[in-house]
Design a protein around this ligand. Structure first.
Ligand SMILES: Nc1ncnc2c1ncn2[C@@H]1O[C@H](COP(=O)(O)OP(=O)(O)OP(=O)(O)O)[C@@H](O)[C@H]1O
Length: 625
């Protein structure tokens, strides 16, 4: 800091995203502005949590004896509402960094959605935009703050627009603020209702009753009074709590706006004691697929907040929100200790088991609610099939699939409906259900009424790459290795016999020899297909090769090893039958079999121009032009 910045006011621009967000907030006509207060109280509560945590190692920070608390002060004469906390506070740089940029990745992706969406305003209500929400109700905001343990007070102020000012606090500011942050909102004309005490009480009881720290309303007349219950809800007994209490707790803890689809509240006693209050949301957050895959369950030790990134659940359960409050862990546990702590590992294991058990029982007792969770988070839960070997069977049983027989099918249902002599569970991976439904690799299965799982999530290509079985029935890809449906009867045996008589098929050995000779290195083998009934050809991976969908996905990321596929041909197809006797055209026909199989798999032929010219020539010759 230069001598200049220490004594004078400075203007600074907002990060471009903040300016954009503020512009959107000011210009959208959004009716549910109440959320601004919830956001400010939630920040104030986080600041009190941080103070209590830092004070474990540095008790001096709280030596003045003021307990962490939050005060709300309306001032009708000035048209201003203040939210004041005695939490950790911010120094100059923290004010600049925290209130001038958006670090939160969820907010960033929310912002891009907000800009794209026609009804951006509707989205504001669904997702927190934190501190900046205050600009919906205020045309000027002044934040005065003192970092706990420091001498200086700093004042951040802004009227929205493109930037803010930062200046050292006055003597009067220094007297008033001994620790923490005061946020003064100069309310817009149409937001003056927030100066009424009943409005403030209404919002606090709706959104912030579960905040652990006391929230005090300081009215213009009369004594200050506490307006929240300030208890750690997870420590209370289940019988005292109503569904509404849980809903509010979920919203307060998770900073969410939806309703929880699942609530898990219990106390573990025994080798370790801890309270657990966890929720599964009913809607998907925007940052679910962030590469960091961080969980959001908060760790408390004896009611003191410790960390919200302690990986208390495996990454595939990162959508679960809530709190775990341990009685036994040391309060001064450091971040490094969190990672290797055996007690925490035990808690993690036990709680993971409980969450999965709860999902299981929900899937049986309240399938519609479970479906909601599966629709929002199924693609994340499936990461566990790949990562959590121990619980793979349980997770497979939980999984729901779109199949050729219907939607939301479980493997239990699949196995109950197996066809005569069917001993395997079949699946096909690809980009969309519609594309998969028209994939020729389904033909022979369809002719036998065999159900096939249609897997379209990117993660499906990964978990299916490890050998898996369900109830002793192996899962098998229809685009990989040999499939033998020989023992499974056709739905319509007779018509197949007729077809066989009409079309006895090509000379297998001669045809395969011609195609192999033509395609050479382009394929690893050419085989007569068991999969096809009406299409001429398809591409499959070898028995130990990677599934074609995974191969394609890796190739997109330049991680493919380029294993060559096997070309399967339908010996009864007239095009295939024509090859052995087609002398001059045999070469073009062979290429065409390969290229149409590539197109049906959603790939481009290696040389699209050559493909088009080959096709044109064959058509012209067919038309004898
Ligand atoms: N009252 C406060 N005391 C101390 N720090 C604060 C306070 N209010 C905000 N901050 C700091 O400013 C940062 C940004 O706040 P903001 O509300 O925009 O986002 P957030 O709380 O981090 O994320 P989100 O609201 O999206 O969950 C906070 O992370 C915190 O570091």
């Amino acid at each position: 800091m230069t001598a200049d910045t220490a004594t004078s006011a400075q203007s600074q621009p907002f990060q471009a995203e903040v300016a954009e967000l503020l512009h959107l907030m000011v210009h959208s006509v959004y009716s549910e502005t109440d959320i601004f207060l919830r956001e400010l109280i939630s920040n104030a509560s986080d600041a009190c949590d941080k103070l209590r945590y830092e004070a474990i190692a540095a008790p001096d920070l709280m030596a003045d004896g003021t307990p962490p608390k939050i005060r709300i002060v309306p001032d009708k004469k000035a048209g201003a509402l203040s939210v004041i906390d005695s939490g950790i506070g911010m120094d100059r740089q923290e004010l600049i960094d925290n209130l001038g940029t958006i670090a939160h990745s969820g907010t960033k992706s929310f912002l891009s959605r907000l800009t794209e969406a026609k009804d951006g305003a509707g989205l504001i209500g669904q997702f927190g935009v934190g501190f900046y929400a205050a600009f919906m109700v205020a045309d000027r905001i002044v934040v005065t703050s003192r970092r706990a343990g420091t001498d200086q007070v700093w004042v951040w102020s802004s009227s929205g627009g493109s930037g803010f000012e930062i200046a050292p606090g006055s003597e009067e500011d220094e007297k008033r603020i001994t620790r923490g942050t005061e946020i003064v909102l100069h309310l817009k004309e149409d937001a003056k209702k927030y100066l009424e005490t009943y409005e403030i009480e209404r919002i606090v009881s709706a959104y912030s009753d579960n905040i652990q720290f006391p929230i005090e309303l300081v009215p213009e007349e009369g004594e200050p009074r506490q307006i929240n219950s300030a208890s750690a809800l997870w420590q209370r007994s289940k019988s005292e709590l109503t569904p509404e209490d849980y809903k509010q707790a979920y919203r307060a803890i998770a900073g969410a706006f939806d309703d929880p689809a699942m609530t898990l509240h219990y106390r573990a006693e025994g080798r370790q004691s801890y309270a657990v209050l966890l929720f599964a949301p009913s809607t998907k957050p925007f940052d679910l697929f962030e590469p960091s895959r961080k969980g959001k369950v908060k760790l408390y030790v004896r009611r003191v907040f410790i960390a919200d990134d302690a990986d208390l659940l495996p990454a595939y359960l990162r959508f679960i929100r809530g709190v775990i409050d341990s009685e036994d862990l040391p309060l001064n546990i450091s971040r490094e200790m969190l990672q290797n702590n055996p007690q925490l590992a035990q808690i993690r294991k036990a709680v993971t088991g409980r969450v999965i058990g709860e999902l299981e029982s929900l899937s049986e007792k309240e399938p519609e609610v479970f479906t909601k969770i599966w629709d929002a988070f199924g693609s994340v839960i499936k990461e566990g099939l790949w990562e959590d070997y121990e619980r793979r069977e349980k997770l497979l049983a939980l999984s729901r699939f779109t199949t050729t027989s219907g939607e939301k099918r479980s493997l239990k249902q699949y196995v109950e409906d197996l066809k005569t002599n069917q001993t395997e569970i079949y699946y096909l991976t690809g980009e969309s259900v519609d594309r998969l439904k028209s994939n020729p690799k389904l033909e022979s299965a369809t002719a036998r009424g065999i159900e096939v799982l249609l897997l379209t999530d990117p993660v499906d290509a990964f978990w299916t790459s490890a050998p898996l079985d369900f109830g002793g029935k192996p899962l098998k890809s229809l685009s990989q290795g040999d499939v033998d449906f020989g023992l499974i009867p056709l739905l319509d045996e007779k018509s197949q016999e007729d077809k066989d008589k009409e079309n006895p098929g090509a000379d297998e050995a001669a045809t395969i020899a011609v195609i192999k000779d033509t395609l050479g290195e382009r394929v690893s083998d050419v085989r007569a297909s068991q999969r096809l009934t009406s299409s001429a050809s398809c591409l499959v991976a070898g028995g130990d090769g990677r599934d074609r969908a995974l191969e394609r996905l890796l190739a997109q990321q330049n991680r493919g090893v380029g294993t060559k596929p096997i070309l399967e041909i339908n010996m009864r197809h007239p095009l295939v039958a024509a090859i052995a006797g087609a002398s001059g055209d045999a070469r073009d026909l062979s290429f065409l079999l390969l290229e149409q199989a590539q197109i049906l798999d959603g790939e481009l032929p290696e040389d699209p121009a050559a493909f088009a010219s080959r096709l044109n020539q064959l058509v012209l010759r067919g038309l004898k032009l």
